[in-house]
Design a protein. Structure first.
Length: 189
């Protein structure tokens, strides 16, 4: 019986769930900036696909709602940041493309491109979102109460078709974190 338990136990060892560890809003002149930190580890299947040259696209989303007692909350801000992580086997480097719109296969459009020596360095860069301009101060009535919904996930819809079908419903392809908090502007550091 002990032998059966020992052989089955590695199947129980799964990647810990992703979580949002920090969500901070601050005002910088006429802009409202978001700083967030997401803690996650890549599942083995995702890391294996990356090493084989399959790019993965992660999406950070923020929706800001003005609370209303008489109706449903009103969405006042909705922003997304797309991050494409890929391994370049010829140079043995990791490339991270960050854009504010969907990343098409034909072209990356306007994107910030960074190179990293190791996968942990690239992941650490994705885990920290700092100084992300989410709105102008004029778009938000600061006298009203607001809720912020922040989500970070691996975008399965942008995987190659065979991976979309193969990853459907499998927990070893899931990287997802979400949090809902009150919107509070903190003083700049």
């Amino acid at each position: 019986m002990l032998l059966c338990w020992v052989t089955v136990s590695p199947a129980w060892a799964q990647t810990p769930p992703a979580e949002v560890t920090q969500l901070r809003f601050e005002r910088d002149g006429d802009a409202i900036l978001l700083s967030a930190a997401v803690s996650f580890e890549l599942p083995a299947a995702v890391e294996e696909a990356l090493v084989k040259g399959i790019p993965m696209i992660f999406v950070a989303e923020l929706d800001l709602f003005r609370e209303r007692w008489y109706w449903t909350n009103k969405k006042v801000v909705s922003v997304k940041r797309h991050m494409r992580l890929a391994y370049q086997p010829l140079t043995r480097r990791w490339r991270l493309h960050v854009a504010y719109g969907p990343l098409a296969a034909a072209g990356l459009g306007v994107a910030l491109n960074q190179s990293f020596e190791t996968l942990p360095d690239a992941i650490a860069s994705m885990q920290r979102l700092a100084g992300w301009r989410i709105a102008d101060v004029s778009e938000i009535d600061l006298e009203q109460s607001h809720l912020a919904e922040f989500r970070f996930k691996l975008d399965h819809s942008q995987l190659p078709r065979p991976f979309q079908i193969g990853s459907l419903g499998q927990s070893d392809w899931t990287v997802s974190a979400a949090v809902t908090r009150r919107f509070v502007l903190e003083p700049p550091k």
